[in-house]
Write a protein that binds this ligand. Structure first.
Ligand SMILES: Nc1nc2c(ncn2[C@@H]2O[C@H](COP(=O)(O)OP(=O)(O)OP(=O)(O)O)[C@@H](O)[C@H]2O)c(=O)[nH]1
Ligand SMILES: [Mg+2]
Length: 449
């Protein structure tokens, strides 16, 4: 009985600690983690040295996840997408400055394509697209000479009302666009920037920048005005421009995205990382936080040693992790794709079988072990997460280059990246195992599965 009590206490401690860690690192995997842990707890309760009845009323069992992993993945993806948060950006500047062109170059879907959004006030329109966690408050067609005070009043009204509404409506940052081609900085621009900056952080964007001398001249005036803007103005060209037979490549978009990201509150950075389509690294960085938390959580699952044949207990954590990464990347995962990937991964030797195989391989060099321990569980999960980040990054790169990755290539790419990442991450571990050197024996590479 004393043994049962101490085991129960230990399981409970692990459960609590893992939940805490997962919640700190990535709230969106914590549910999946909890489900995996519940299962472990359940097993511990049912074990012969414990008299518990194994009843639990929370979350699906690992067996249920295993029965339809694609459905579990989709549900987790949905959940993670809802938890991304929502970023709101106000964009302003004179008509023709290039606001719509800029928005459509920055975000992964053309948010301002039609130029007609839902009117918020006379001068402000709202652009949003279902499934993209960013709303743009646009000010189309502000003409020089238009009643400036009226325009400013409308902006302030929009921003202040955003503060009173739901947290997801809050306007976080404003981009004020000045066309670099214009002869000088207008008084009109200066006054609006000042008025905006009294309400939200303002990034000044020099648009249609094809002439650095002119940009420098404008920047000098802006500096002399001591405008309360966030950092230096950002020089941008949203779309390539051909001049006298020379093509000038787009520029400055990455810088604008990075600057914006640094200003946004932490709670909505994931949403912004998802919606923008310019800096893949931003998505990968956000995703790595999810992998770190999942890996710790998987380690905590493994702290109640998992008999090797029960490695499926890691599945909720790992599928939850993959679903959250997909949400952060903003990759559209239709049902076909999900089924191809998840069934391929799980059904043909993915998350669980790969885990068993590799753990089995590792166990040959970790003396005395017949279980997946915390370190192995954490390493497997970290390797899978890193491999999946590489897959998502590659998919976006190819998509941007106009050569989308065929669905049939996804799984082989992922497995290969997994193998590499696992070797790299596992190398330290194998090296520290007594007497073990170098490669695992048994030849169970993923390709052999
Ligand atoms: N090649 C190129 N053309 C641009 C760029 N930015 C703006 N343009 C062109 O400039 C014109 C005005 O750009 P828009 O993006 O519609 O300007 P806007 O600020 O949204 O204008 P309003 O909606 O009227 O306020 C369009 O013909 C664009 O194609 C750019 O970065 N590159
Ligand atoms: Mg426009």
């Amino acid at each position: 009985m004393a043994a049962a009590d101490s085991r129960r206490e230990r399981v409970q401690r692990v459960l609590d600690q893992a939940r805490r860690l997962a919640q700190q690192g990535a709230r969106d995997v914590s549910d999946a983690v909890t489900r995996g842990l519940q299962d472990v707890t359940e097993r511990a309760r049912r074990s012969p040295d414990h008299g518990g009845n194994g009843e639990s009323d929370r979350g699906p069992r690992v067996e249920e996840v295993a029965a339809d992993p694609a459905a579990f993945f989709s549900a987790e993806h949905q959940r993670a997408t809802e938890r991304l948060g929502h970023a709101n950006i106000l964009i302003s500047g004179q008509t023709g400055a290039g606001k719509s062109t800029l928005i459509n170059a920055i975000f992964r879907v053309p948010l301002a394509a039609e130029g007609v959004g839902k009117p918020v006030t006379k001068h402000v329109q709202r652009h949003e697209v279902a499934g993209v966690p960013v709303t743009i408050f646009d000010t189309p067609g502000i003409e020089l000479g238009q009643a400036k005070n009226e325009v400013i009043r409308d902006y302030k009204k929009t921003i202040r009302e955003s503060r009173r509404g739901a947290p997801s409506d809050l306007i976080h940052v404003a981009w004020y666009c000045i066309n670099t081609g214009q002869a000088r900085v207008q008084e009109y621009d200066i006054e609006i920037v000042r008025a905006l900056a009294a309400e939200v952080p303002v990034i000044l964007v020099l648009t249609q920048c094809i002439d650095d001398e002119r940009a420098s001249a404008l920047e000098e005036v802006i500096r002399a005005e001591h405008l309360p803007i966030a950092g230096e103005p950002v020089r941008t060209l949203a779309r390539e421009r051909t001049l006298a037979g020379h093509t000038i490549a787009p520029r400055g978009l990455e810088e604008l995205v990075e600057r914006t990201n640094s200003i946004l509150p932490e709670a909505v950075r994931r949403a912004f990382a998802n919606a923008q389509g310019v800096v893949i690294r931003l998505k990968a960085n956000q995703a790595r936080a999810i992998v770190a938390a999942s890996s710790v959580a998987a380690g905590a699952v493994g702290a109640v040693p998992i008999p090797v044949p029960d490695a499926a207990v890691l599945m909720p954590v790992q599928l939850g992790m993959l679903a959250s990464i997909t949400a952060v990347f903003g990759i559209e995962m239709g049902e076909d794709r999900t089924v191809t990937l998840v069934r391929g991964l799980v059904g043909q030797g993915g998350v669980s079988v790969v885990g068993r195989q590799l753990a089995g391989t590792l166990l040959k060099v970790i003396p005395g072990a017949s279980v997946i321990n915390a370190a192995v569980a954490a390493t497997l999960t970290a390797a899978l997460g890193e491999a999946y980040i590489q897959l998502c990054s590659e998919m976006l790169r190819r998509q941007a280059a106009g050569r989308p990755m065929p669905d049939a290539e996804m799984l082989p790419f992922l497995l290969q990246a997994f193998q590499k990442a696992f070797r790299r991450l596992g190398a330290g571990r194998r090296a520290t195992a007594a007497g073990a050197t170098g490669k695992p024996r048994g030849g169970s590479s993923l390709q052999d599965l």
